[in-house]
Design a binder for this molecule. Structure first.
Ligand SMILES: Nc1ncnc2c1ncn2[C@@H]1O[C@H](COP(=O)(O)OP(=O)(O)OP(=O)(O)O)[C@@H](O)[C@H]1O
Ligand SMILES: [Mg+2]
Length: 358
């Protein structure tokens, strides 16, 4: 990175993790939950964190508002090392960093209005100001008509809306979401994601989001980091990490989005009858690195007029087309010649990988 690039990176960084480690020592011995993590999260972005269970995601997000104290390393927010804050400054920090949870953490004996108002009451905010702020927030999350209702009378999606309103009472600059949609059905998940996107745009909040649902990352994050055994093994724009995952763990996590050779095609590679010839299956992988959509004419010209699309799909992430297309090419041709033509195609269209699928 040049000096110029690093100056820019510094200017756009909101949260910076430097050599962050967290070790727990308990009944089951020592656990290195976070292991020397360096990571920059940019102002105003939605940054996703994925990883297997136990990878350290919750530990990481909890260091960002000092719910968890790192064993070593630093968390800087706007350049300030939050490990150095005294009690009063910590209270201010926690107001600047809102958080929402998988199980909402609402007080069941209090109404929606009281749940949202409580942090303001604790902070000694004046009643008319509380009234104004809570009404405004309930309107933002679409719950104005539920102000006097108790959490038990709400759906999961509505409970999470209350959680979001409560997290926003102190007008935070950062919102942390730990599996915020994991307890919700697909429809409520979509609605909550739309709300988070809206809040991100309207209020300019930086959002750090943990999830095990790849769709959630796909839907609203700009960048993503992959955590494995307490280390960041891969990070980058979502289109890049999802389009061309480099690490084994990322591939496993994306498993359902990846492409497998369908059973029936395995049989069709070899001729099934005397008069049938074999298919050579070529897996074209569009990584999204090129901003152009897959060009069917270019594929046909490169691979021959008899080539057929037999399987696959193109997805759109952040305005880029990426995915796999399995193309059946006339298998009587020498394999090397087909691969040579695939190479020519890749040189021509850009952002394209290819591999013999069988
Ligand atoms: N308070 C604690 N005391 C001891 N060990 C802990 C504690 N909290 C977490 N751990 C351990 O640290 C590791 C990371 O845990 P963490 O909760 O951060 O994982 P996670 O990625 O959030 O997992 P999940 O997807 O299951 O929520 C795990 O091995 C966990 O058992
Ligand atoms: Mg967790």
């Amino acid at each position: 990175m040049s000096r110029y690039e690093s100056d820019i990176e510094q200017a756009i960084t909101h949260i910076r993790l430097e050599g962050l480690s967290k070790t727990y020592s308990g009944g089951q011995g020592v656990v290195h939950a976070l292991d020397d993590i360096d990571l920059n999260i940019r102002r105003g972005e939605i940054f996703g964190i994925i990883g297997r269970s136990g990878a350290g995601k919750s530990s990481l997000i909890r260091t960002l508002n000092r719910l968890e104290q790192p064993s070593s390393g630093r968390v800087r927010i706007d350049g300030v090392d939050i490990g150095q804050l005294d009690e009063d400054q910590l209270v201010t920090l926690r107001r600047r960093v809102g958080m929402i949870f998988q199980h909402f953490n609402l007080l069941s004996a209090k109404t929606v209005w009281d749940n949202v108002a409580l942090p303001l009451r604790v902070a000694g905010t004046r009643p008319f100001e509380i009234e104004r702020r809570v009404s405004e927030l309930l309107q933002l999350v679409g719950l104005s008509d539920k102000r006097d209702v108790y959490p038990a009378q709400l759906s999961g999606g509505q409970k999470q809306r209350v959680g979001i309103a409560r997290a926003l009472v102190h007008e935070p600059q950062i919102l942390l979401c730990d599996e915020a949609t994991s307890a919700l059905d697909p429809e409520s998940t979509q609605a909550i994601l739309a709300l988070l996107r809206d809040i991100n745009c309207r209020l300019g909040l930086t959002i750090v989001l943990i999830t095990h649902e790849m769709e959630v990352i796909h839907e609203i994050c700009q960048r993503v980091g992959v955590l494995e055994r307490g280390r960041v093994v891969e990070e980058g724009p979502v289109w890049q990490v999802f389009g061309d995952p480099q690490h084994e763990v990322t591939r496993t996590l994306l498993g359902t989005r990846q492409h497998d050779l369908p059973e029936d095609l395995v049989g069709r590679i070899r001729p099934q009858a005397e008069n049938e010839h074999s298919l050579f299956l070529l897996d074209l992988h569009f990584t999204g690195a090129s901003l152009r959509e897959p060009d069917l004419l270019a594929i046909a010209q490169a691979l021959g007029p008899r080539s057929r699309l037999v399987h696959g799909g193109i997805d759109r992430i952040q305005g880029r087309a990426l995915g796999h297309l399995l193309v059946g090419v006339d298998g009587r041709e020498p394999r090397a010649a087909i691969l040579e033509r695939a190479r020519g195609l890749a040189d021509h269209v850009g952002g394209l990988g290819y591999v013999a699928a069988a």
